[in-house]
Each structure stands twice: as C-alpha cells, then as structure tokens.
Design a protein around this ligand. Structure first.
Ligand code: ZN
Length: 154
C-alpha cells in the first residue's frame, strides 16, 4: 500500500488491490490470525502538503470465541477508512501502518462465534437449556436414591 507521490495527478488517484497480510501478524498470545489477503480500494490525493486517502479496507481473521473457545472466521470491512499523512520530503508514502492500525482497532475485544447469528455458540446453547442438564442430574439423583432403597430393603 505504498503510494508514489509523483504518480498522483492533481485530480487524485484511485488505488485498488490486494496485499499480503504479513504486516498484520500480531505479537500476542491471543488466538488472532489474519486469513487471506488484505483488500483495499482507496482514493488518494494531495492537498496542503499532505496526502489523504479515503476508501475501504477488508480482511478476514480467524478468532477464537471467548465463550466456547472455538475458532471462527470474522471478516473485517472498514468502509470509511480515512487518513491524512504529512509529507516529509520522501517521494513514497506507505499507508500500511495506518491501515494496520485501523484494522486492529476494528477487531472485537471479546470475540463471540455467534456474532453473525448464523451459528449458535455452544456455550449459549448450554445456558439456554438448563432443563436438559437439570433433568439429567435429577435422574442421577433419583437413580442413586433408588439404589439406596434397594440396599435398605435387602
Ligand atoms: Zn462460541
């Protein structure tokens, strides 16, 4: 996501493409992993000694659910990406660190595998149907009592 200043005409330029996700790799113990390439579509332009870029950025992540710990895919799509970079004399401006920052900010702090509603989290499933567990526990208790009764009568 590097932009050559000399290649930007006065009316601005549209840059679009895919980038390796290497730059997103996180130095963390959290199970967060980018999957596939980072897609971007940006309009860049120059104004007042700065470079601005607006557009969309998207990438998929593999995250682990905080409730059931199962890995799931979470797409990040930033439709309103916007940044302004002050020009420092270099002919090349790298937007990568700014894109990285926005993508990391868009990651959920407490990822849930049922975010899209397409899947029901196993943890939530267990909480929603307590009668199942209760009834099975119940029968175990009654089973134990039955055993006691049998022992008594013997
Ligand atoms: Zn879950």
């Amino acid at each position: 996501m590097k932009v050559h200043l000399k290649q930007i005409p006065s009316e601005g330029k549209h840059i679009e493409g895919e980038s390796e996700n290497d730059f997103l790799h996180l130095d963390t113990a959290e199970p967060i992993k980018p999957v596939g390439s980072v897609r971007y579509a940006l309009d860049v332009g120059l104004s007042d000694g700065g470079l601005f870029a607006t557009g969309s950025v998207g990438v998929e992540f593999e995250l682990a659910c905080v409730k059931c710990l199962e890995p799931f895919t979470y797409p990040i799509r930033i439709e309103d990406f916007a940044c302004q970079v002050e020009l420092t004399g270099s002919e090349m401006v790298d937007l990568t660190p700014l894109v990285r920052e926005d993508i990391l900010l868009a990651l959920p702090a407490h990822p849930h595998c049922d975010w899209s509603g397409e899947k029901t989290c196993r943890h939530a499933l267990r909480q929603r149907r307590p009668e199942f567990e209760e009834s099975s526990e119940h029968s175990e208790v009654w089973g134990a009592l039955d055993q006691l009764k049998i022992k008594k009568t013997n």
